[in-house]
Design a protein around this ligand. Structure first.
Ligand code: NAD
Ligand code: 6OD
Length: 484
């Protein structure tokens, strides 16, 4: 049986307490995960602190950059192993993980290696009260020991999105992968050793949240900062833990994202874009669209077109050719998504398509598959429209005016992403100025430039990561003033 061990101070560490890692496609056991207790978390934090005081802390930026590029190259060299591990843990389509998850795992190290090499700091010259001169300049120093707490939907991509900049800035990290997806974070430990990243710079502790590795790590007094991606509710618990010692947090949280389709949009492109944003990764993308607002003249046509797209999505396991929709991550998550499917019916939704589970053959009947689902006809107050479901589903409602579209899009406690579909540039830019989100896509969705700020407003997050913005969290900015 495969064993997923903790990675502490450059060594793989077993514990006496294990839990099963199951495959979402058929619920079979992939292996046993070794849960870290307080002792392992203490050891990981100690190793990270020692790394900062030792070789890693002394390394020049140029050498760090070389090492990060080597990490990226080694991920690319072991592409197939990372891909296989990610597919087993998540069940997502091969086409998706091979085009997005694994390449981004490598790119996240390269981009921040480039950014740290070129990042400037500010400098001012001033006249002092005695008529002399003083020059001040900024110096960025590492934040220190950083806890990286990760979700399961894009395990390698989201973890390296934080580990890349953290290491580029000279920090040491302790990663707590999701209990659902322990594989790629563990595999990355091998990569770190191969390329000679000093011991203790990259650590992995496995386990759950409350009363397990997640809580032990985020409560640890010798952790200097916490970067977290996951549910807003979990963010609240982590923020409470971080309050002790007034430690900084960077949060990428949940969403209830809108797509707004104007009547003048390129119809085919809008339908294709919303199909992706509602159903990609089986709807398990924080940026995904669960609320679609379509201008009335094209409402019926759009609903029918999206229904057609949903109904031709091939549901199945990762490696089956043509599959566009994999399973949900776990039986618990399937139960949650299906509870919303039932609630929608109970609330009187018009079920345009889906609403249940597909018939799967053989061992896949045990997998966590659900149908892509579209509803219309619910009031905006419905939990289907207010709460994040995180499944392959969306509600479509008509709107008449731009003002109404803005009001509907903004009527949510969340503020992560919106996609606007229109061929009028003025409409597009007015909408972009009016929606209260961290990320606004025009005629596109999940199109990424890693130099740009990424993050959410309102209940969707705190702070921005990406490009130089990542330096705001992963470094402490010190001002030095020289009296000449
Ligand atoms: P989750 O919050 O349940 O878990 C995320 C991580 O937090 C896991 O590693 C978990 O073990 C850990 N955790 C849970 N409770 C904890 C606690 N009390 N203390 C410390 N750690 C704890 O999220 P999930 O179900 O893994 O992921 C799905 C959620 O993530 C969705 O809400 C989605 O929108 C969000 N998400 C947001 C972004 C973004 O960029 N904004 C990206 C991906 C996912
Ligand atoms: O592309 C990224 O950098 C990123 N953080 C994506 C998040 C996706 C959420 O599920």
């Amino acid at each position: 049986m495969k064993q997923f061990l903790n990675f502490i101070n450059g060594e793989f560490v077993a514990t006496s307490k294990t839990f099963e890692n199951r495959a979402p496609v058929d619920n079979s056991v992939i292996g046993l995960v070794h849960e870290a207790g307080q002792a392992e978390v203490d050891a990981a934090v100690k190793a990270a602190r020692a790394a900062l005081a030792g070789d890693w802390g002394q390394l020049s930026v140029v050498k760090r950059v070389d090492m990060l590029n080597a990490v990226a190259d080694e991920i690319s060299r072991r592409f197939d192993e990372f891909l296989e591990a990610e597919l087993a843990d998540t069940g997502k389509p091969h086409s998706l993980a091979s085009h997005i998850d694994i390449p981004r795992g490598a790119a996240n190290f390269k981009i921040f290696a480039d950014i740290i090499k070129n990042a400037p700091t500010e400098s001012f010259q001033m006249t002092t009260p005695d008529g002399g001169t003083a020059i001040s300049y900024g110096v960025r120093v590492p934040l220190g020991v950083v806890a990286v707490v990760c979700p399961w939907n894009l395990p390698l991509l989201l973890m390296t999105w934080k580990v890349g900049p953290a290491l580029a800035c000279g920090n040491a990290v302790i990663v707590k992968p999701s209990e659902e997806t322990p594989a790629t974070a563990t595999l990355l430990g091998e990569v770190m050793n191969t390329v000679g990243i000093p011991k203790g710079v990259y650590n992995v502790v496995h386990g759950f949240g409350p009363n397990s590795a997640g809580e032990f790590l985020t409560r640890h007094p010798d952790v200097d900062g916490i970067t977290f991606t996951g549910e807003t509710r979990t963010g609240e618990a982590i923020m409470a833990a971080a309050a002790k010692g007034v430690r900084p947090v960077s949060f990428e949280l949940g969403g209830k994202n809108a797509a707004v389709v104007f009547a003048d949009a390129d119809f085919e492109k809008a339908v294709a874009g919303v199909t992706r944003s509602a159903f990609e990764n089986c709807g398990q993308v924080c940026l995904g669209t669960e609320r679609v607002y379509v201008q009335r003249p094209i409402f019926e046509k759009f609903v029918n077109a999206l229904k057609e797209k949903a109904e031709v999505l091939k549901i199945g396991p990762s490696n089956e050719p043509g599959v566009g929709l994999g399973p949900l991550i776990s039986s618990e998550h399937k139960a949650k998504v299906l509870s919303y499917y039932a609630k929608a019916k109970a609330e009187g939704a018009n079920v345009v398509t889906g609403g249940g589970t597909p018939t799967m053959s053989g061992k896949y009947a045990e997998g966590h598959f659900v149908q892509p689902t579209i509803w219309t006809g619910l009031p905006e107050s419905s939990p289907i429209i207010r709460e994040e479901i995180f499944g392959p589903c969306c509600h479509i409602a008509p709107f008449d005016t731009e003002e109404e579209a803005v009001r509907l899009a903004n009527d949510t406690p969340y503020g992560l992403a919106t996609s606007i579909w229109t061929s009028d540039l003025s409409t597009a830019t007015r909408m972009a100025n009016s929606v209260h989100v961290g990320l606004c896509w025009i005629n596109s969705w999940f199109l990424r430039d890693l130099r740009t700020p990424f993050g959410g407003s309102k209940a969707s997050g705190i702070g921005r990561e990406g490009g130089v913005h990542s330096l705001e969290f992963y470094t402490d900015l010190r001002n030095v003033m020289i009296k000449i």
